[in-house]
Design a protein around this ligand. Sequence first.
Ligand SMILES: *Cc1c(COP(=O)(O)O)cnc(C)c1O
Length: 376
Amino acid sequence: MNFETCCVHGAKDPNNTTGALAVPIYQSATFAHPGVGKSTGYDYARVQNPTREPLERLVASLEDGLEALAFTSGMAAMDALLSLLVRGDRVIASDDLYGGTVRLFDALAKRAGLMTTYVDTGDIQAVKKALTPETKMIFIETPSNPMMKVTDIEAVVKAAGPDITVVVDNTFLTPYFQKPLSLGARIVLHSGTKYLAGHNDTLAGFLVTDDPSIAEKLRFITKTVGTGLAPFDSFLLIRSIKTLALRMEKSQGNALAVAQWLSEHPKVKKIYYPSMAEDQALAVSKKQTTGFGAMISFEVDSEATAVKVLEKVKVILYAESLGGVETLITYPALQTHADVPEAKRLALGINERLLRLSLGVENAQDIISDLKQALA
Ligand SMILES: *Cc1c(COP(=O)(O)O)cnc(C)c1O
């Protein structure tokens, strides 16, 4: 099945006797056994649920993985991921990351004895230099949040060798534009809250892997701690993924139009969007992705302009998050990256003039008119 067809038809109710097109919401915490020592395949919903299971199969197939696990949020997935490591292990992570991920590494993971080295993973020499015998995982966001830096996944996999697990947060591009497992990564992470759910109404997270032993360890974690996605939210995700391809295309079309318009505006000083990156990053994008996505960061001429834009937008909403049908604008320095130490934040370019747009599926001209009046 091709990607779009899989989005529409890839989740099936294993017990369908009615012909219903939608996978039902099996709102049941427990399942009766047909006999002693016998099971329908479902015992207790912390372990598995017949609405969550088809969703997990769907996401696994979209990412070309063997297994996917659905979590209550992207951060719950992140926390499960770090449970694969033990005290004394070291993670090399991209230096530009979602702020919540930095908080998890610097607060909780550190307390559990895990060390993190942040490097520009776009620079393969820097990745190689950071490798130590304790390094067990390399965690990449590409494009990164919010500076849209691109990392060559295949090159990192090669530098890592067989004993280090390469993990890619694929939230920004989704498998519609990028398939990290096919490029050699072992695990893909998603904030399913973003494009996969796509409507700014549900939190969800995913881990996808092509390694059966990793899948087994992760299943043990969800079964033990109970961070699996609830039946209703699983239903919403299945429903949303049906239109993933359509939404990604439309959002990207809007992003291309808006990036072009912004690049000609006198108050816009810099644009961070993969199609407008310098040659090397652009070549990596073209090699490993089938699109540039719909996230744009841009720097305006002053903090006052940035604040004015946030207060004047009407169609665009000033809100955290991304990847939904509504176009959102955020202020990374005050919102997603408020917990990143100031010196580090500024060194990365996340200053008080930086804004981040997540393009939705509205009419591009309406978004441009809104930005025009807000920047005036
Ligand atoms: C939002 C986000 C997360 C965290 O996911 P939640 O669903 O909010 O817990 C992780 N990574 C990236 C890139 C994100 O945008």
